[in-house]
Design a protein around this ligand. Sequence first.
Ligand SMILES: [Zn+2]
Length: 158
Amino acid sequence: MVLLQSGETPLRSGPAVVYTQGGPRPGTLTVTNQAIVFETSGAPPPNGEGWGAGGGPGRNEYRIGLYRVRQALGAKGPNGPVLQVNLLARVLYIGVDDIPAWAATLTAAQAHAPPPPPEDAARRAMRKGGPAPPIRCGYCTRLSPAGSIKCVSCGAPF
Ligand SMILES: [Zn+2]
């Protein structure tokens, strides 16, 4: 049973197999208005394949925010047709019944997805080599360069 977050509504749920570098992972896939949630019934998806750390009551729920989804479509996998989900930097291959219906649900949900959390956007910008954001002083409200230990305008410590 997926642990839903505030304002989260399930749109489609069903048995699924996530194909990973470590082999197939059977479980239950749920698309909500906020995320893709995979509940594994066996081994977890390997690290580094986009699913992150497990959560939920049984620690077996793997959640991907819809803001990370770029495209969902049907594709040919080595063992037959799969649902292909293109994330910002990774691709997921998932075996489900009625692939076109899942792709349509995901495409519609993604179009209305909430924006990424701000700290996520800042982290991603820094990873891409962008500058760290400046620090705003709580006293004089002026900006100091990232990494400053005190305000360059008034000297207040950060
Ligand atoms: Zn200041």
